[in-house]
Design a protein. Structure first.
Length: 132
């Protein structure tokens, strides 16, 4: 699958965002090595601590479907209507660091078509496990 195709899947996932408080809709799409694409969208709540990001929705869904995320994920794309390509929050970076391969491709994008390709390791160079 081409990068733009995975970004488009993240844009589709973004349509299911529930973001009435921040009005900041985010979508994510995981490309599994078997070709399956699993999407996620951010879900907010008036109690902000109960919110969940699109990236974690997609990763947790894949885990619950029985995938071994360290070995089965080829890439994750993240998108929002932002000025620069949308980057994951610190919590999502740590979850990626623990669940995905350090070499897994992380595609940051926005609705304007800006795309930046990174890896889990490059977006969180000193994750908790790296310091242990």
């Amino acid at each position: 699958m081409k990068t733009i195709d995975l970004v488009n899947k993240a844009i589709e996932g973004r349509k299911r965002s529930y973001s009435p408080y921040s009005h900041y809709a985010v979508g994510a799409a995981l490309l599994m090595k078997d070709g399956t694409v699993i999407t996620g969208a951010n879900i907010e709540n008036a109690a902000y601590g109960d919110c969940i990001c699109a990236e974690r929705v997609a990763m947790f869904q894949a885990h619950n479907m029985g995938y071994d995320l360290k070995h089965d994920v080829e890439a994750i794309a993240i998108t929002s209507d932002s000025v620069k390509p949308c980057a994951p929050c610190g919590s999502c970076r740590q979850v990626m660091n623990e669940l995905l391969s350090k070499d897994c491709k992380v595609i940051l994008s926005n609705l304007k078509g800006d795309v930046l390709e990174e890896t889990v390791k490059s977006i969180l160079p000193y994750g908790f496990d790296d310091l242990d």
